[in-house]
Write a protein that binds this ligand. Structure first.
Ligand SMILES: Cc1cc2nc3c(=O)[nH]c(=O)nc-3n(C[C@H](O)[C@H](O)[C@H](O)COP(=O)(O)O)c2cc1C
Length: 466
């Protein structure tokens, strides 16, 4: 057949053709061929046969709920693993489209990727045929998830800064779907401050991450963090994102929660503590896990059964809690419900302090503990997208919570009145007010489980906006 000159058609016809092509999942050229073939078969005089229902291609045949993955392969050695990733994604019944960056073409060919995808692979932003056929905006829109694997240092830098000077970055910038990155690079490139800065920006922008893993690098003799996650790990991360259904709104999210009091030693057998029971923090952890989140609960000493279905880390002191929080990052959301002691004993005894007749009563000297909420809220790299604190107050609850929100740099504060007459500290019910930059929400007095469920629903609503 002679080459098709669709560009010379009038705009109305072009639009009609594009719509038909989109509906049938064919390229515009293929749509024209189908119409001409149908016209020839029917002995028509060549007019566009309205009746000829387009024969569905494989893509359109797929059930409407088939999830569409757009895989962007960057220019790194791990690109060869992405060929296997295509196979693995398709094995799961996902539909896959593929973009190769110019650099990626040095590592794998459009031919091999195309053979695995089963259709044309896209490589060029300025390819007139490709642009008219599908176009970078449609590539972005027709994806339920965009996976970038390998995500090179260069691609991450471009994404973090909103570049759009090639097909991959233009599509990423035009995307409204969730983006999953599988970084792969030399450990020094990964730990470089610029990459970590870009990573923090991308996390703040709501981009999800799988890997990189630690291990042997392609460069002989090099080890460290920078290996791309294995294809099956990437598939699992993608499925987790798709799994965020109505009853599992937090699927694919890592939520870090602190709970309980801290115990600050006076000597090996005595400590300073507070009346926190840990019930609220443990209830939030259970509700988040039930909503599908991947939960890390860092709990001070409590008299509660160990929760299941989440990762529990037990600590005693504020400093241990901060250390555990640091190790548990990155997290998408951090909720600091623990009642962390503001001070610890500076002159704690290494041995039990003995009471001796006639000797002076020992004096305890206090020193300030680290402020966990403020430390995490002020992180530049690895700051969770949503940082939530609790303000346990005994007076001026809202005013104190509002000033705490500003001072600590967190996003939300759940303020509660813990005066002894409220029975909140250690009790089963709680009355909280959610303080955000937008204002104050008064929640009813309810069980700590109901507060937890309400908080989880509120978080799910918030993250669905991004
Ligand atoms: C042999 C070789 C291997 C490379 N491997 C990586 C890699 O694993 N990760 C990475 O970030 N860059 C790697 N690079 C550098 C990238 O190819 C380069 O930064 C390129 O511009 C990235 O293009 P992209 O943005 O299209 O991915 C490698 C370069 C060469 C020559």
């Amino acid at each position: 057949m002679a080459s098709l000159t669709i560009r010379q058609l009038d705009d109305r016809l072009k639009k009609l053709l594009r719509l038909r092509a989109a509906k049938s999942g064919r390229s515009v050229e293929d749509e024209v061929r189908t119409i001409l073939r149908a016209a020839a078969d029917e002995g028509s005089d060549g007019a566009l046969p309205e009746a000829a229902a387009p024969k569905m291609t494989r893509r359109a045949d797929a059930a409407p709920q088939t999830k569409r993955v757009l895989l962007i392969i960057g220019g790194g050695i791990a690109a060869y693993k992405s060929l296997d990733l295509i196979r693995r994604l398709k094995e799961r019944g996902l539909s896959v489209r593929c973009i190769l960056t110019k650099a990626a073409e040095h590592f794998v060919t459009p031919l091999s990727a195309g053979a695995l995808v089963g259709e044309k692979v896209f490589t060029d932003l300025f390819d007139p045929a490709g642009e008219f056929d599908v176009g970078h905006i449609r590539l972005a829109r027709e994806a339920d998830l965009i996976v970038v694997a390998p995500a090179t240092a260069d691609l991450m830098a471009k994404m973090a800064n909103g570049h759009a000077d090639d097909l991959a970055t233009a599509v990423l910038l035009a995307a409204s779907s969730k983006i999953l990155l599988a970084p792969a690079m030399n450990p020094l490139m990964w730990s470089n401050k610029a990459t970590q800065r870009n990573l923090a920006q991308l996390a703040a922008d709501g981009v999800a991450l799988v890997g990189p893993n630690e291990g042997e690098m392609a460069e002989s003799g090099e080890r460290g963090t920078g290996r791309m996650a294995e294809p099956l790990e990437i598939v699992a991360a993608a499925e987790k994102i798709f799994g965020a259904t109505a009853d599992k709104p937090l699927a694919g999210k890592h939520i870090l929660i602190t709970a309980g009091p801290t115990h600050e030693p006076i000597d090996p057998v005595r400590y300073i503590a507070n009346r926190s029971s840990g019930k609220q923090g443990h209830a939030i952890a259970a509700a988040a896990a039930a909503a599908g989140a991947d939960v890390t609960l860092i709990s001070g000493p409590v008299n509660l059964p160990d929760p299941t279905g989440l990762k529990l880390i037990k600590v005693e002191t504020a400093r241990e809690m901060l250390n555990a929080v640091g190790h548990a990052l990155p997290a998408d959301i951090a909720i600091f419900a623990a009642a962390v002691a503001d001070w610890r004993v500076a002159n704690a005894g290494e041995q039990k302090i003995k009471k001796k007749a006639g000797e002076k009563t020992p004096e305890l000297s206090l020193t300030e503990n680290p402020d966990i909420l403020s430390t995490i809220a002020h992180l530049t790299a690895k700051r969770p997208t949503l940082v939530i604190g609790f303000a346990a107050e005994t007076e001026n609850v809202i005013a104190n919570a509002q000033s705490k929100l500003a001072r600590k740099g967190c996003d939300w504060i759940l303020a509660n009145d813990v005066s002894p007459q409220t029975g909140i500290m250690g009790g089963d019910n709680n009355t909280v007010q959610l303080v955000t930059a937008d204002g104050v929400e008064r929640w009813p007095t309810q069980t700590k489980q109901d507060v937890a469920a309400m908080l989880v629903a509120r978080i799910a609503a918030e993250i669905s906006k991004s």
